[in-house]
Design a protein around this ligand. Structure first.
Ligand code: SF4
Length: 254
């Protein structure tokens, strides 16, 4: 069985516990204007102006073989993270990959926006050791018009995840984009949602422009976001800490 991906990145430090290999899958329903992997949004294999080809269909055994190259570095808590694009959109393929990695005692982690059918999420619930779940724009109308998101689907999947998976296995990730997710209104919605969930761990970060060159290469419109100051990130983190007493909050400096 093949999976469609753009890259397998070794020695990643921000994609889960320990040292990890991250597999970037093709295809995503969302259109986040700050997306740092725009080449992964379309499921189609794309060719940039530089003739770079973004995407390939790779046999899952080959993905496993590449991931196993670094098993010596994974030690007890490292492993493989599947990111995207939206990893849940290739749930059948990811399930096969995770079964093969687990048979080699490799821990498996997913980064997801939860924007995928409930059935896809259910296929991976028992096969995933750690979840990074995005939390972005919570107003239904704005999520629809700006991100092409569906907050009903997001809430349903979030609810399933928190019911079926132990909290220690979930980290909520919040990308802060000035004028979109970082507005007074959305910050209030985020704080309310997180105080309801009281997650074990939450990471916040100011979105960055690391994907700029890929936008240019693919002739896609690039949106520049003002960097959110450290003091503002700290103030948001402190407010979250006050409202979610059991949550470990970390500011990521990407
Ligand atoms: S969910 Fe992730 S991959 Fe999809 S558009 Fe947003 S940032 Fe990009």
């Amino acid at each position: 069985m093949n999976m469609r991906l753009t890259a397998i990145q070794r020695f990643c430090l921000h994609d889960g516990p320990g040292i990890r290999t991250t597999v970037f899958l093709k295809g995503c329903a969302l259109r986040c204007p700050w997306c740092s992997n725009p080449e992964n949004i379309s499921y189609e294999i794309l060719t940039g102006k530089s003739n770079t080809v973004y995407g390939t269909d790779m046999d899952i055994d080959e993905v496993v073989r590449i991931c196993l190259k670094d098993r010596v570095y994974y030690e007890e808590n490292g492993g493989v993270t599947v990111s995207g694009g939206e990893a849940l959109l290739q749930a059948d393929e990811v399930a096969v990959l995770f079964d093969k990695l687990h048979s080699e005692n490799i821990g498996c982690c997913i980064e997801t926006s939860l924007m995928a059918p409930v059935d896809n999420l259910n296929k991976l619930i028992d096969k995933t050791d750690y979840w990074f779940v995005d939390m972005k724009l919570l107003d239904a109308a704005k999520a629809g018009s700006i991100l092409n998101g569906d907050t009903c689907l997001y809430d349903t999947n979030l609810d399933i995840l928190f019911k079926k998976v132990s909290k220690e296995k979930i980290c909520i990730r919040i990308p802060l984009a000035a004028g979109i997710t970082y507005t007074k209104e959305n910050i209030m919605l985020l704080e309310n949602k997180l105080s309801e969930l009281n997650p074990y761990r939450c990471e916040i970060f100011s979105v960055h422009d690391l994907g700029r060159k890929k936008y240019e290469d693919l002739d896609m419109e690039f949106t520049e976001f003002e960097k959110i100051e450290e003091s503002e990130l700290r103030a948001f983190a402190d407010r979250l800490s006050n409202r979610c007493k059991d949550t470990e909050i970390e500011i990521l400096r990407i």
